[in-house]
Each structure stands twice: as C-alpha cells, then as structure tokens.
Ligand binder design. Structure first.
Ligand code: SF4
Ligand code: SF4
Ligand code: FES
Length: 319
C-alpha cells in the first residue's frame, strides 16, 4: 500500500532478476524495494516504511526460484542471482485468496481506494464465501473454541464499535489484524504497549490488557495507532461522529501543514479542515521529525483554535 523508496542501505549492491529484468539493488534492500526501484508495484497491507515488517498479511508474496514457499516481498532481503516472479499465476492465486478471506470477514468499506483496487486487480470474489454471519462476542472468545458458522454464511469479525472516550473509537469489525497499531504503540514509536493481540486463530483480536476500556488501560492517547491503521478501524471520534451524521466529506476538506505550538520538538501537524473546522490532525509519514507520529497534545489538543469566543472560530468538533 505504501511506497518504499529505495534508500542506500549499503554501498555494495546485489544483482538479481525480477520479472525478467536485471535489477541492481543495495545489499540489505528488500525485494519490495528492489521491485519498486524499477517500477514494479507490489500490493501491501501490513507493511509501512516506518514500522518493522511483521509479515502478517501475506498479500505482498512473490515467487523466488528455488524457494519451496512464496516469500513476503516486504521483508525478504535481496540475494545475489535471485530470480523473482511478482506476477505469476501462483502469486496471483495466493494474493486473491488472501484478499478474499480478508474481504469476506472484515468490513473494508473505509479502506483506501488502493486497497479496493487490489480486490479488482486480483479478481477477488469475497461473496463466494457466503453471506456475512453475525460474530459471537469476540472479546471473550477462548483460544481453540472457534464457533463454526452455518452453511452459506461467512465467518466475520463483526462487532459493535468501541466508544469509550472522547478522542478516538475502535471499530474492530474493520480490523485486518495487520499489527501496525501494536507496533506503533510498542517499540516502533510510542513504547507504551497499551494494546496487543489477544486470542489465537480466527479469534485473534487487538485488545488492551484484560480487555479494559481505554480510560482504564495504559493508553496515553497519542493516537499513533490511528495514524498507521490502514482500514479505518481506529478513527478520531470527530470523524466517526461526522460519518455517522453523514457529514464527513473529504472532497470538501483541505490539508494544511503547520508546526505544533506545544513544545520545542517542532512536530509537523497536518490539519484536516472541513467547513472551517479542524476535523482531525495527522503528521506526514515522510517527515524527519515525526515519521508520522505525534503525542496527545499535537494529535488531539486543537480545540483552542476554535474556541475563540468571537464567533470567527466556528464550532468545536469533537473531541
Ligand atoms: S493512542 Fe497511543 S498509547 Fe493509546 S493505544 Fe494508541 S498508540 Fe497506544
Ligand atoms: S486496528 Fe488497524 S492497525 Fe490495528 S491491527 Fe487492526 S487494521 Fe491493523
Ligand atoms: S505487506 Fe508483506 S506480509 Fe503484509
């Protein structure tokens, strides 16, 4: 999904073949980076340049001659004389299966157009798994006790949206278990470890410790998990409420970069504004200071801009 620029990770280079093209890539580069350097696009879901690859989604798999199994392009390093096929029938079949299984069990309606495009590109037909089935209470599922669905129905991760604070909501019916939020909350950014994966198999889900509500968890509301979530499973409450009211309209939104006023770090904030109101705040992932990450003040502390009291600041969007 994201584009990985080919950075010089070593002066030494490796020569390999990708889809019949001879490619020279820096030693230590991934197949994904080497392929992108010659314009070969590879779909990704769990990969983000600012996070450690976790190989969770397997949508980026490619065929490497001599390898028994398909390998994840986002994590596998290039090797001399490697011969890679990124678009073989086996690769396309595998990607289609991954996308079908995801789309049949997860609500991808807020996923970016790029992800919707993957479904079309690989001919995924999630509807062939059946009607979406209601899911049992996933938060209390026991590992090893999967509840089968009736014939003609597809198992899903459907569940109510978790709204337990004024800053952001967790809508795990949209979660593809890419682990990005866990990494951002953990060693890759925030080092807070408020969320992790609970359960196993189909019952695996993102959870706070003992499934506590966020205000009772270790969460510090940095929102870095929201910043990396690729499906809208984690969302500003302001956006969630506007979508529920039918008022969310990205075509009418502007994005303006500014510097956070709260401290000397000088994080770049990107203000998303609709109808003269800030509706959410992000930071560019390619920004050297933030790598897309912020703290609670920069991410959520912008109401003072609108609380002018002189009638010129507009209303105050949630939170
Ligand atoms: S808001 Fe920050 S601390 Fe809370 S779960 Fe997300 S990444 Fe972790
Ligand atoms: S909540 Fe979002 S970022 Fe976290 S695992 Fe699910 S899809 Fe990935
Ligand atoms: S993008 Fe490579 S495994 Fe998910």
């Amino acid at each position: 999904m994201s584009v990985a620029p080919l950075r010089l990770v070593s002066r030494r280079t490796v020569e390999l073949t990708i889809d019949g093209q001879s490619v020279r890539a820096p030693e230590g580069a991934t197949i994904l980076q080497a392929a992108q350097s010659v314009g070969i696009a590879t779909p990704t879901l769990c990969y983000l340049e600012t996070l450690t690859p976790v190989n969770a989604c397997r949508v980026c798999v490619v065929e490497v001659e001599g390898s028994r199994v398909l390998v994840p392009a986002c994590a596998r390093k290039v090797e001399p004389n490697m011969v890679v096929h990124t678009n073989s029938a086996r690769v396309r079949h595998s990607r289609r299966m991954v996308l079908e299984l995801l789309a049949s069990s997860v609500d991808l309606s807020y996923a970016p157009a790029e992800v919707q495009g993957y479904l079309a590109e690989y001919g995924a037909q999630p509807e062939r798994y059946g009607q979406p089935a209601a899911a049992p209470d996933r938060d209390h599922a026991h590992a090893g006790h999967h509840t089968p669905v009736a014939d003609g129905y597809a198992a899903t991760v459907a569940q109510p949206v978790k709204v337990d604070n004024d800053l952001y909501v967790r809508d795990y019916a949209r979660c593809i278990l890419c682990y990005k939020c866990v990494e951002a909350c953990g060693v890759d950014a925030q080092n807070t470890f408020a969320i992790a994966v609970a359960g196993r198999g189909f019952e695996a889900r993102i959870s706070t410790e003992f499934n506590h509500i966020l205000p009772d968890s270790a969460c510090v509301y940095c929102g870095n998990c929201i910043g990396v979530c690729p499906t809208g499973a984690l969302m500003f409450k302001s956006e969630h409420d506007m979508r529920a009211a039918g008022a969310w309209d990205e075509s009418r939104q502007t994005r303006t970069d500014t510097i956070c006023p709260y401290c000397g770090v000088g994080c770049t904030l990107q203000l998303h504004v609709q109808d003269n109101r800030i509706v959410k705040v992000t930071s560019p992932q390619d920004n050297d200071v933030t790598s897309g990450h912020l703290c609670v003040k920069g991410r959520f502390g912008w109401q003072f801009v609108q609380n002018r009291g002189d009638g010129r600041g507009g209303g105050v969007a949630a939170p």
